[in-house]
Structures are given as structure tokens and as C-alpha cells.
Design a protein around this ligand. Structure first.
Ligand SMILES: NC(=O)CC[C@H](N)C(=O)O
Length: 235
């Protein structure tokens, strides 16, 4: 089992992902350059990470250009064949632009870039990143984005709720989902979702920035442990 981390011009969390999966968790990791269609020998028993950053400088809209990079055709095909794909921050934006996940990430309600550690409430345990979490469990994870306001139309939000596709919501320290904890104005405080097939995941917060004791926060590691376990079981 191995992980592939996609690298676009402007990605800036690719090395953090390689560090967490490779050095902290001892997994095999390969980088996948966006200009290649080749997935570096990954099979659908493996997992592709689309990391955070500013692919193509966020020109047009975050993720709108990266979505057309040659590698994305292969990532879409990989996901359609059931492979696990996990997009974090800019990766989540790219997966929405590629229609692997429903909805879109709009500019934050206050039109400002927000960088802070926030609280997230796990909404389900029925998805690999949430496997080691109980619904209602609260994590502290950093956010750093200007275009993180999750939006989808009412019917899509209804379906996401109905099918248990909401992975995380922004909340306060007590796990209350309210307006004060809706930092970027996302519909329903949504911070992370999965697709209907439960093999494509996206979240705006950065668990890879909270996965080592030296950082003073290992809450993110719980998310990767669930993912690693799910991928190992798929072998
Ligand atoms: N941290 C990131 O991945 C950057 C997020 C993104 N491109 C934005 O500002 O919206």
C-alpha cells in the first residue's frame, strides 16, 4: 500500500504530507508531478492525496486551473474505479472543481484570508478519515485559506445530510455548531465532506499541520490513522 501526493506549481503542503505519511507514519509515499498522466504505479488499493497550497496562484478561482492539469484525468479515473482520493484545503478546492466532490469553495464571507487553529466536530465515523473518531468528537486543526466558504445548493446539502456525507463541521470548543464558530461562512458550518461512493474526501482544515507532538497538536494524526488503516484493509 502506498500514497501518491500530487504536486502542482504553487502547491505548498506537498512536503508536509510526505513528511507526515512517510516519516511520522512510516508509509511509502511517491510524489506525482501534475504534468504526468502516470500515477507512479499506484493501484486502486493505494491512496492519492491532493495537498494544500496555491496551485497556479489561485488564478481565476482556487483549483480552477489545476483541475485541467494532465494528472487530473488520471485522478478522476482512479476515483471512478474506487481508489481513495483525499483533498486538503487547495486539494478540496481542486476536487470540487473536478466534480469529484459536490459543491464549491467560495471566497470567505469576510473577504479575508484566515489563518488560525479552529475546532472541528466529527459528524460521522463512516468514512476512512473519520474511522477513529466518534460522531460529536471535537478536534483542534488549523485553517489557512481565503476561499474556504463551502457552498452547495439546497438539494445537494439535503443529499449530503441524508447520505451521511458530511465529515466535519466548524464548531466551538464545546462542540456547538453555531454562527460564531462559522469562521468563513460555510453553509451549515461544513468543513469536510465525502462523495456518495465514500472514496473521495475533502476538507478545508489542515490535519497535516497538527500531526506531530513537536507541533503541540497531534489531533490531525487521528484522521491519517483512519485513512492508513482503510487503505491497508483494501489491499
Ligand atoms: N492553505 C491552502 O491550501 C491555501 C488555500 C487556498 N488556495 C485559499 O487561499 O483559499
Amino acid at each position: 500500500m502506498k500514497f501518491g501526493v500530487v504536486v502542482f506549481p504553487g502547491s505548498n503542503c506537498d512536503d508536509d504530507m510526505v513528511h507526515v505519511l512517510g516519516t511520522v507514519m512510516g508509509r511509502k509515499v511517491v510524489k506525482l508531478w501534475h504534468k504526468n498522466e502516470d500515477l507512479g504505479g499506484l493501484t486502486t488499493d493505494d491512496c492519492i492525496i491532493v495537498p494544500g497550497g496555491f496551485s497556479y496562484g489561485d488564478y481565476v478561482r482556487a483549483g480552477a486551473v489545476a483541475r485541467f492539469s494532465p494528472i487530473m484525468g488520471s485522478v478522476i479515473d482512479f476515483a471512478n474505479r474506487g481508489g481513495y482520493v483525499f483533498g486538503i484545503c487547495n486539494g478540496f478546492q481542486i476536487l470540487c472543481e473536478a466534480h469529484l466532490l459536490p459543491g464549491a469553495l467560495l471566497r470567505n464571507r469576510d473577504q479575508k484570508f484566515i489563518a488560525k487553529t479552529v475546532y472541528l466536530r466529527a459528524e460521522t465515523d463512516n468514512a476512512p478519515p473519520n474511522r477513529h473518531l466518534s460522531p460529536g468528537q471535537v478536534l483542534r486543526i488549523p485553517i489557512a485559506h481565503a476561499e474556504g466558504r463551502y457552498y452547495a445548493d439546497d438539494e445537494t446539502i439535503f443529499q449530503l445530510n441524508q447520505n451521511d456525507q458530511i465529515l466535519f463541521r466548524y464548531c466551538d470548543g464545546a462542540g456547538e455548531v453555531n454562527l460564531d464558530s462559522n469562521y468563513n461562512g460555510s453553509v451549515g458550518n461544513i468543513a469536510g465532506i465525502c462523495n456518495a461512493g465514500r472514496n473521495v474526501f475533502g476538507m478545508m482544515p489542515h490535519p497535516e499541520r497538527a500531526s506531530e507532538s513537536v507541533l503541540g497538536n497531534e489531533d490531525g494524526l487521528i484522521i491519517f490513522q483512519g485513512l492508513v488503516e482503510a487503505v491497508s484493509v483494501a489491499e
